[in-house]
Design a protein around this ligand. Sequence first.
Ligand code: C2O
Length: 550
Amino acid sequence: RFTRHYKFDIKLQNVTRLCQTKSIVTVNGQFPGPRIIAREGDRLVIKVVNHVQNNITIHWHGVRQMRTGWADGPAYITQCPIQTGQSYVYNFTVTGQRGTLFWHAHISWLRATVYGSLVILPKQHEHYPFPQPSKEVPIIFGEWWKADTETIINQAQLTGLAPNLSDAYTINGQPGPLYNCSAKDAFKLKVKPGKTYLLRLINAALNSELFFSIANHTLTVVEADAVYVKPFKTNIVLITPGQTTNVLLRTKSKAPNATFLIAARPYATGPATFDNTTATGLLEYEKTSITNTKNKNRKLPLLKPVLPKFNDTNFATNFNKKIRSLANAKFPANVPKTVDRRFFFTIGLGLSPCSQNQTCQGSNNTRLAASINNVSFVQPNIALLQAHFFKQSNGVYTTDFPANPPFKFNYTGNPPSNIMIKSGTKVMVLPFNATVELVLQDTSIIGAESHPLHLHGFNFFVVGQGIGNFNPNKDPSKFNLVDPAERNTVGVPSGGWTAIRFLADNPGVWFMHCHLEVHTSWGLKMAWVVQDGKRRNQKLQPPPSDLPKC
Ligand code: C2O
């Protein structure tokens, strides 16, 4: 068991993309940020020093943070932000997890540029349950705006209108040859023939689910959200913001006379306009054969992958169905078999009355809002976890988060009329070790849309999924309690529902939100408060002494 130290200096850096240079917030001047590597069981000690004018926090997305919620990172949920000139040490162990995760800023829209990979290797002398790759390559998808992203979201919040769409998608920070001024810096994956590569795919984009493919190559999915899955082959991967997927790429036995395009493009179901451009990189075989050397100066043909239509929900549904836990003796799927607490949450967009600090430009003085059970979450002024730990919840949050939606209607077919969304800082309290079943239903109020829901502090099991209205009398009998996917982010299907189960064995305050950042900004978020257990090792640890103050 090791302790690994990292230092994150939050600073500005000039970066040029799409023919324009702008100053962005980065970690150590790098974009994407530095890779963090640990082994299962290691302790990570990461000192974050803030040298910029913005407040910042960092979230270790998917790390369970057993009893160490103080290191989780979402601003005003588990900590006050790190202010200019201040620092905070994130100190946590990665136990019972191995695989690909990532880290990102968790305040406002700063994660647009502040993100990087977090790789947890298996314990020493432990092997992957799949062929040992000859090389491992993180591939992080992102989104790029020519304008300043903080300005974009701040303006959108003032007007109550939708923020501008991004100008490009990126692969390892690069838009690739299909965008202006981007060809020469494109991400290149250089491979040798007849080898196996482990691609660690991470979707760090703010607002877009993505299809991913490599021309003329089949991928084998072996892991999702740092949990091994039953391997399956596919030409296309669907990955939502907040999800990570490990795939094996087996290269062709002989170096072909071609270059292959690597591409990522949105899966979009919402009613809003979206950016249908494509981020690309290149898969290149090292020139090994004589013919290749001879033809060095000849341009190799470029082969392109075929991606599904932007709104191909059939593909999405079938792809998600294939993700199953290994569920073997070594890596069991500990699905809760009984349920202590049952919840039904509707999620989706709607309209809300304009608040005082806004000049809303929506019809009838409304603004766009998003909600869970018609509650749009309002960020408190001090961190919920602090208020909970020091028993000072008064005036910070209330514990009346609704277990069910306040109204009933048909969630599909003709969209129901707009409901005026209410605002509040409400949490749901869970006793320690409660088994929870949560059905998430897309409301389709403004239009059906897929929502990648992310839960902090836990992995959950995706026991059921369906299109249309969830039927509590029929659907539960079809739940998969044997080998469901175990993950931290799940796409709630457009016009459909997802059922998850988890064990509330991690005391603290845990954020749950749509990982489409614009929906988080509109309030599609809430928090769970998990109470301490009786035993000493079932209690939230006390806060570190350098915990930032608000
Ligand atoms: Cu990666 Cu709260 O999120």
